[in-house]
Design a binder for this molecule. Structure first.
Ligand code: NAG
Length: 283
């Protein structure tokens, strides 16, 4: 008896958290696209679409200074060549910080490219690109950005794909003072996205639609010059001090070995004066 009560309480607590996690009405505004971005199922689902006249986009209502941001995404199915879906954090201004996931579409059957970058005070040039170990158009998968004072970690379905460590002690700038918002957009970039711009968007397939659910930000929310940090009961705010253990470092190396298709750190032609400082120490 007692245990069944305990179980139903647990179920209640879990469902309350999921409802909070999934509600786009509370968490985001659709900021452009003239009706091409839609919230569905009472805010549990969201879709962005693109046609010849416009793409669409959203931004978080809140600004954050550190956080763990999870979004479940199902990318444009079929021929998505020429399209770019983005999911990123960015601060305003000319010396902005930015942490990017971009999903570069492709012809049916050809793999999406996952493009990542980190900007500090307006300077990026830190691209790493990956192919995936699954078809991102079939089902929802969780794309996560962890941003805490120690590092920035990009993960997919909990598997780390990229780490950008805080190496301020070596003179490398790290984003830590400028609050950022979460953004997601879908737009046409057929001048560069697919095979370097060779494959164009096939507008006969439009509208192109990407789907979103379960946006969850466990974060320090920035409001009126002060930050207040949240933590779910289960994590107790562990995200704020989280670091890579040796198991996750091993998984990261495996992904990079098998799925990384571009790494600025090994692009010696691009940096004839020497590769950037953050590359030289083992990540
Ligand atoms: C598209 O598919 C080609 C062929 O498999 C691949 O080389 C490329 O990385 C894929 N992605 C993009 C965005 O071009």
């Amino acid at each position: 008896m007692a245990s069944s009560i305990r179980i139903s309480l647990l179920v209640l607590a879990a469902s309350a958290m999921v409802a909070f996690a999934g509600n786009f009405y509370q968490e985001v505004d659709i900021t452009w696209g003239d009706g091409r971005g839609k919230m569905l199922n009472n805010g549990e689902l969201l879709s962005l679409s693109l046609d010849k006249s416009s793409g669409s986009g959203l931004q978080s209502k809140k600004e954050y200074l550190f956080g763990k941001f999870d979004m479940q995404l199902k990318l444009i199915p079929g021929n998505s060549a020429g399209t770019v879906t983005t999911y990123y954090l960015k601060s305003p201004g000319t010396t902005w910080d930015e942490i990017d996931f971009e999903f570069l579409g492709n012809l049916s059957g050809d793999p999406y490219t996952i493009h990542t970058n980190v900007f500090t005070q307006g300077k990026g040039n830190r691209e790493q690109q990956f192919h995936l170990w699954f078809d991102p158009t079939k089902d929802f998968h969780t794309y996560s950005i962890l941003w805490n004072p120690q590092h920035i970690l990009f993960s997919i379905d909990g598997i780390p794909i990229r780490e950008f460590r805080n190496q301020e002690s070596k003179g490398v700038l790290f984003p830590k003072n400028q609050p950022m918002r979460m953004y997601s957009t879908l737009w046409n970039a057929d001048d560069w996205a697919t095979r370097g711009g060779l494959v164009k968007t096939d507008w006969s397939q439009s509208p192109f639609t990407a789907s979103y659910k379960s946006y969850y930000a466990e974060a320090c929310v920035w409001a009126s010059g002060a930050s207040s940090c949240s933590s779910s009961r289960s994590s107790k705010g562990a995200w704020l001090t989280q670091q890579m253990d040796s198991a996750s470092q091993g998984r990261l190396r495996q992904v990079q070995k098998n799925y990384m298709i571009y790494n600025y750190c090994t692009d010696f032609k691009r940096f004839p004066q020497g590769i950037p400082t953050e590359c030289s120490s083992a990540a």
